[in-house]
Design a protein around this ligand. Structure first.
Ligand SMILES: N[C@@H](Cc1ccc(OP(=O)(O)O)cc1)C(=O)O
Length: 167
């Protein structure tokens, strides 16, 4: 693992970050919980999600809820959005953002934690060039349902790889 402070691979606290915490990061949280339980049975992991511009208490978007339910029978209907705060990043062993823009904001705001902040895709696919927009998981907000399913599948692929790296 690249993270210089992380020598243990159990009981890791994972933080997923996007903009509104109603689409991408809450899907990532739900998928991570599901995939880490089913595929690794490492119940010691904990995962939360936050949004840089979230409105506390917002529900996950209907399409996000429906996509996870339809694809993997994952239930995120009880999710409530939370705005990211200082403590969230300090507590996390790894912070995975949905885009480079989110990552860069967090690295600038939390310089002491720079070494454990990644875009989800750069951690999963370190071979992708830094300048590439392939490092971003684009926002399905306001898009039709099928875009949410594609986004969820993209997140799932990354999370499978991340979990392999944690094994
Ligand atoms: N909450 C934002 C809108 C927003 C919501 C969701 C969103 O997608 P995600 O949750 O994936 O960041 C992006 C933006 C606003 O009303 O300004």
């Amino acid at each position: 693992m690249e993270n210089k402070d992380i020598t243990r691979k159990n009981n890791l606290s994972i933080l997923f970050v996007c903009t509104g915490n109603t689409c991408r990061s809450c899907m990532a949280e739900g998928i991570f919980r599901y995939a880490s339980y089913v595929e690794v049975c490492k119940s010691g992991f904990s995962a939360v999600s936050r949004g840089i511009h979230a409105f506390d208490g917002d529900s996950a978007s209907e399409h996000s809820i429906n996509a996870l339910k339809a694809l993997w029978d994952i239930d995120i209907s009880l999710h409530k959005a939370k705005r990211l705060d200082y403590e969230d990043v300090l507590k996390a062993d790894f912070t995975f953002t949905m885009t480079r823009a989110h990552r860069d904001i967090l690295k600038a705001r939390f310089p002491d934690k720079y070494y454990c902040i990644y875009t989800l895709k750069e951690y999963a696919y370190p071979e992708i060039e830094q300048g590439s927009n392939m490092l971003d998981i684009s926002d399905p907000y306001g898009m039709p349902y099928h875009r949410y399913e594609s986004c969820a599948k993209e997140i799932f692929e990354c999370i499978k790889i991340v979990i392999e790296k944690f094994k």
